[in-house]
Design a protein around this ligand. Structure first.
Ligand SMILES: NC(=O)C1=CN([C@@H]2O[C@H](COP(=O)(O)OP(=O)(O)OC[C@H]3O[C@@H](n4cnc5c(N)ncnc54)[C@H](OP(=O)(O)O)[C@@H]3O)[C@@H](O)[C@H]2O)[C@@H](O)CC1
Ligand SMILES: [K+]
Length: 512
C-alpha cells in the first residue's frame, strides 16, 4: 500500500472531486460519515459525553459533520471550535451553518478563553488540525492540546493526531495530541511507523473514503507499506524438478569465542528459509558445536581458535551473510578487508561487520554493489552519523544507500528497507522480537533468500516480512517475553504456510 505525502493526498482529493464531479463538501460528508459509522457501531447509543474539538479548516469541518450526525442520532455532544485563525475553510463554514441549523451551538475557544473541563470518562474527538498543519501551534492552542492529553480521556483523532505534521517531526512534542485511536482517511501516513512520531498514534485504522483509485495506482511514492498483498507476488515458487543445487549455496561467516550461537541461529534460519546448501565459516572453537547443533550445515574453520583471521572459501558461494557474532579483532578486520575486495557474491552485512565498516570507512567503497546492510539504529548511527529527527535519519540513510548502491535495512518496530531512493515499511513483527539473536536470524534468512535467487531488494523486503511473521506466530504461542530467537527460526515454516493461507470465507466455499 502506498504511503502518500500530504501534497499527494491533496492531489488525490482534487482528482476524486474532479473525476466524480462532486463538491468538496460531499467528500467531507463521505469522510465524516465513515467516522460516524465507526463510532456508532461501537457506542450503539451509549450516553457518554462526547467533546468534539474542531479547528477552522477541513479537519475541523470533518469534526463538525461528525458532531451533526452524532446529534441526529441522540448522542450527548459538546462542540468546541478552536478558533486559531480567521482563515476558515469554506466547508468548515458550510458545516458550521448546518450544525447551527440543527440547533447545536458550539463554544468558541480563543487565546483568552479558559480551558474547558474534560473528565477522564469523556470521549474527546480531536479534529483541531489535520494534514494542513504547517507550523508550530500557537501557545494557547498547544496548551489546550496538553490539557486534552492530561485529561486521560479516550481521544479519537480525525485523520492524524492534531499538532503532528505528516512530513516532518513535531516542532514541540508537548503540543501534539497523544491519540488513543486515530481514524485516518484511506492512506497510511509515514508518521505512524517512525519511532519518534508513532507513539502519538499508537493505534490507528484506515477508513476508505473512495479516493480516486486510478490516481492512487499511478502515483509514485517515496514510501510503501509492505503487507501480505505486496509480499505474495515476490514469492518464488519451487519447481518440482529441482535439486538442492537449484536453491543456492549460502555461506555464513561469523562467530568468535563465546558467540558461536549467532552463527548457529543464522545457519538454521538460512536453511529454514529454503536455501539448498549452507556452509558456516567460523573460528576453530566453533567447529564441534556447529556440527552438532546444525547437522545440515557444513563447517569451514581458519587457523585461529577464537577469532576469524582469514576468510578462504574454496568455492563460489551464491550468497554470503557476514558479521554475526564476529567480533572486531584487528586480524578479523584485516580478514574482512581482504574478503570484501575479492568477493563478488551478493552479501548481507550485519552486526560486527557493520561496526568494522564504521570504524574503517575506507572499506566502504569495497562493499560489493547491491549488498544488503542490516543495521539497528545504533549501528546505523555509527555508519551515517547522528540525526536530529527520524526524517533526517531516513534522508541520510537514503543518501548513504544511493552513494554506495546498497540496500539498507533499518531494523525497528517497523523495519524500513531503503533501496533506490524508496523506503519499504514492514508491517509484521512484535516487541517480543527485541531479543538476543533475532538479528542473526534475519541475516540468515535474507542470505538464504539471496542464495535462492531473490534479487537483493526483494530478498530484504521478503525476508524482513517473513521474519516478522515468524515472530508473530512464535509470540502467539509463547507470548512476547518467552519469544527467543530460536523460536523465530522454528516458526519460519509456519510463516510460509500463513502466507498462503486462504481467507476463511474462501476456505469454506472451496474447502480444498
Ligand atoms: N483527501 C482527504 O484525505 C480528505 C481530507 N479531509 C480533511 O481535510 C483535512 C485537511 O484540511 P485542511 O487542508 O483545511 O487543513 P487543516 O489541517 O484542517 O488545517 C487548517 C489550516 O490551518 C492553517 N494552519 C496550519 N498550521 C497552523 C498552525 N500551527 N496554527 C494556525 N493555523 C495553522 C493552515 O492554513 P494557512 O494558515 O497556512 O493558510 C491550514 O490550511 C484532512 O486532514 C482531513 O481531515 C476530508 O475532509 C475530505 C477528504
Ligand atoms: K486531528
Amino acid at each position: 500500500m502506498k504511503i502518500f505525502s500530504s501534497h499527494q493526498i491533496y492531489q488525490a482529493d482534487k482528482s476524486t472531486i474532479q473525476k466524480e464531479q462532486i463538491t468538496s463538501d460531499a467528500l467531507m460528508e463521505r469522510a465524516a460519515t465513515q467516522l460516524f459509522e465507526w463510532m456508532h457501531a461501537r457506542l450503539r447509543g451509549t450516553q457518554v459525553n462526547i467533546k468534539l474539538f474542531c479547528g477552522i479548516g477541513n479537519n475541523g469541518g470533518d469534526g463538525l459533520v461528525l458532531a451533526r450526525k452524532l446529534h441526529e442520532h441522540g448522542y450527548s455532544i459538546h462542540v468546541f471550535v478552536v478558533n486559531y485563525s480567521d482563515k476558515r475553510s469554506e466547508d468548515f463554514l458550510l458545516n458550521l451553518e448546518r450544525l447551527k441549523d440543527g440547533k447545536v451551538w458550539p463554544d468558541f475557544i480563543n487565546n483568552d478563553s479558559g480551558l474547558p473541563n474534560i473528565s477522564e470518562s469523556d470521549i474527546v474527538v480531536d479534529a483541531i488540525f489535520g494534514i494542513g498543519l504547517n507550523r508550530v501551534p500557537d501557545d494557547w492552542v498547544g496548551n489546550l492540546i496538553a490539557h486534552i492529553n492530561a485529561s486521560n480521556a479516550f481521544t479519537l483523532s480525525v485523520d492524524v493526531p492534531s499538532g503532528l505534521p505528516v512530513d516532518r517531526s513535531p516542532w514541540e512534542p508537548s503540543y501534539v495530541i497523544r491519540s488513543s485511536y486515530v481514524l485516518s482517511f484511506q492512506l497510511p501516513k509515514l508518521i505512524f511507523f517512525l519511532p519518534e512520531t508513532g507513539a502519538y498514534a499508537n493505534q490507528w485504522e484506515l477508513l476508505d473514503i473512495g479516493l480516486d483509485a486510478e490516481f492512487i495506482a499511478k502515483t509514485e511514492t517515496d514510501f510503501e507499506l509492505i503487507g501480505r498483498p505486496e509480499i505474495l507476488p515476490k514469492y518464488r515458487p519451487r519447481s518440482k524438478f529441482s535439486h538442492k543445487g537449484t536453491y543456492g549455496h549460502a555461506v555464513i561467516i561469523g562467530g568468535s569465542y563465546g558467540k558461536i550461537g549467532a552463527v548457529q541461529l543464522a545457519c538454521n534460519a538460512c536453511l529454514s528459509v529454503g536455501c539448498g546448501l549452507v556452509t558456516a565459516v567460523v573460528p576453530k572453537c566453533g567447529y564441534h558445536s556447529l556440527q552438532t547443533a546444525v547437522p545440515e550445515a557444513m563447517v569451514l574453520t581458519g587457523s585461529r581458535d577464537k577469532i576469524i583471521s582469514r576468510i578462504e572459501i574454496p568455492f563460489s558461494p551464491t550468497a554470503v551473510g557476514i558479521g554475526v557474532g564476529m567480533g572486531k579483532d584487528e586480524d578479523t578486520v584485516q580478514a574482512l578487508a581482504v574478503y570484501l575486495k575479492g568477493s563478488g557474491a551478493p552479501m548481507v552485512i550485519d552486526a560486527d561487520a557493520l561496526n568494522i565498516l564504521s570504524e574503517n570507512r575506507d572499506l566502504l567503497k569495497d562493499i560489493p554493489e547491491m549488498s544488503i546492510l542490516t543495521p539497528h539504529p545504533k549501528e546505523l548511527e555509527r555508519l551515517i552519523g547522528p540525526w536530529t529527527s527520524d526524517f533526517e535519519m531516513l534522508d541520510k540513510a537514503k543518501s548513504f544507500a544511493d552513494r554506495y548502491n546498497l540496500v539498507v535495512v533499518i531494523k525497528g518496530a517497523h523495519t524500513i528497507t531503503l533501496y533506490n531512493g524508496k523506503g519499504y515499511v514492514n508491517t509484521t513483527g512484535n516487541p517480543g522480537m527485541a531479543t538476543a539473536g533475532s538479528g542473526d536470524v534475519l541475516t540468515g534468512m535474507v542470505a538464504g533468500l539471496l542464495a535462492q535467487g531473490y534479487p537483493p531488494a526483494e530478498a530484504a523486503i521478503f525476508g524482513v516480512y517473513l521474519h516478522g511473521l515468524a515472530g508473530d506466530i512464535g509470540a502467539s504461542k509463547n507470548g512476547y517475553e518467552a519469544l527467543k530467537a530460536s523460536i523465530i527460526v522454528d516458526n519460519i515454516g509456519s510463516a510460509y504456510s500463513e502466507l498462503f493461507r486462504k481467507p476463511e470465507a474462501e476456505q469454506k466455499e472451496n474447502p480444498r
